[in-house]
Design a protein around this ligand. Structure first.
Ligand code: CTP
Length: 430
């Protein structure tokens, strides 16, 4: 997440922070500090394992609240029962959420104060997993996470990167400030109106990987930041979002269904599988070509010199969705990544692909757009004639702000804030 969210929504909010065991538990001290700075009242529960990594005293000092550790504490029960503890919060956050606590939550266990509070709560719950990569990818953990998500529990991360155990991969806890931003986004979403409630959206994001052989592939520099931010922004406005993501190292955005794919063909199938939808936003940097016949075995060096790769054109996902006949989403938005003549090329793409809008950006070397946190875009909307689009130029913004503006523009178009008479059967304007 790269934008500065509106942290003012945090002021006065009450959080129950459940800290479970794991090396990432120490980061909770920073999390508590950042939340307190923004006016959040934090009550913390530490599991027994968490106390091996962080002391109740340091958590109490930073939260300026009593810290709870024991299910059967007579003094705690007389002051604040575990039921009240779990109810007197606007949001329950489990960070770090270990494999163990996720398993116990999924099984509905209540064998310590943390899981008892989680079982007893009537408040939204956000889990922020952190564990070794093998533990995270273990089918048991994945099954537990799916169960929790089906029950409406929100999840942030884990992120990919170097881990304390020396391994590399997905399992790192999302950084404290990103957790604060996600919590702010949650409360902002709760308080804002949801103009896209009841709308379904499919968003493509990230690069695609096109195999050459089992170990090599063709790829590009897309980070997925812009597409993921669009998915999060649409979800924040109430849309039911399916994010079809190529291989990226970003954490899954909150409240979004994520389908992970590798190739353009898989991305197309997953995008079509997410139909019917009201909105399609194709932000992925789809590889234009794949190797026509990827080798089944690793291509070896030989006396004949380097191999010749014969390429075949990939399906155009944006054009396919835009020309999907009755299954066409009502609003189809593409991106145009150009290194020169941005507006002219973008206008040509708008006409050629049959979409409604194009978000055009300059990705020339030096703009820092690919992989960066900012973006400067033009929004082209189909005008009376395909070659004469209506153009809006936006200032340089963070990718999250570009996403928020785009989501708002989509909401204004699909769900204009004017009261339509209930007898109005005309199709909504695009
Ligand atoms: N796109 C797509 N499927 C493809 C290629 C592109 O869905 N096989 C979408 C992108 O997600 C983006 C838009 O089409 O929304 C434009 O992508 P871009 O890479 O700018 O253009 P291309 O169509 O690939 O054309 P070119 O490479 O010639 O600029």
């Amino acid at each position: 997440m790269s934008a500065t969210p509106d942290y003012s929504v945090l002021d006065g909010k009450r959080l129950l922070l459940i800290i479970s065991g794991g090396i990432a538990a120490y980061k909770c001290l920073e999390l508590i500090r950042r939340l307190r700075e923004r006016g959040v009242r934090v009550r913390a529960v530490l599991t027994q394992a968490a106390q091996q990594f962080v002391t109740p005293l340091s958590v109490a000092a930073l939260s300026e609240e009593k810290v709870y550790t024991d299910l059967f504490s007579l003094t705690d029960e007389s002051e604040m029962g575990h039921i009240r503890l779990s109810r007197e919060a606007d949001l329950v956050v489990v960070a770090p959420a270990s494999a163990d606590i996720l398993a116990r939550m999924a099984a509905g266990m209540a064998n310590d104060l943390a899981t008892t509070a989680l079982l007893a709560t009537d408040k939204p719950v956000l889990v922020v997993p952190a564990m070794n990569v093998m533990m995270w990818t273990n089918p048991a953990t994945q099954a537990n996470v799916r169960i929790l998500e089906q029950r409406g529990i929100r999840r942030l991360g884990p992120a990919a990167g170097d881990m304390a155990c020396g391994e590399v991969g997905s399992g790192r806890m999302v950084e404290p400030m990103e957790i604060v931003a996600a919590i702010a986004a949650f409360f902002a979403g709760q308080s804002a109106s949801k103009p896209l409630a009841g709308r379904r959206a499919v968003v493509t994001s990230g690069p695609t990987h096109e195999p050459i052989d089992p170990v090599r592939y063709i790829a590009n520099r897309s980070s997925g930041k812009q597409g993921h931010a669009v998915a999060a922004a649409l979800a924040a406005l109430g849309a039911d979002v399916t994010l079809v993501s190529g291989p990226v190292t970003l954490a899954d955005p909150m409240g979004v269904r994520v389908v992970r794919v590798e190739t353009a063909a898989e991305m197309l199938a997953a995008s079509q599988g997410a139909l019917p939808a009201d909105i399609a936003v194709c932000a992925a940097a789809v590889a234009d070509w794949r190797v026509a016949a990827a080798a089944g075995d690793k291509v070896k060096k030989g006396p004949d010199g380097p191999p010749t790769l014969t390429l075949a054109e990939n399906p155009d996902i944006l054009a396919t969705l835009a020309q999907a006949g009755p299954a066409r989403p009502r609003l189809v938005v593409g991106f145009a990544a150009e290194t020169r003549d941005v507006l002219a090329y973008a206008a040509a793409k708008l006409a050629k692909k049959g979409c409604d809008w194009i978000v055009a950006n300059d990705v020339a070397t030096g703009t820092g757009t690919f992989g960066g946190d900012d973006n400067q875009v033009h929004l082209l909307r189909r005008g009376a004639a395909p070659e004469a689009p209506l153009i809006e130029t936006w200032p340089r913004l963070s990718k999250t702000e570009v996403a928020a503006r785009l989501a708002q523009a989509i909401a204004d178009t699909l769900s204009p804030p004017i009261a339509l008479s209930t007898s109005n059967n005309n199709p909504e304007p695009v």
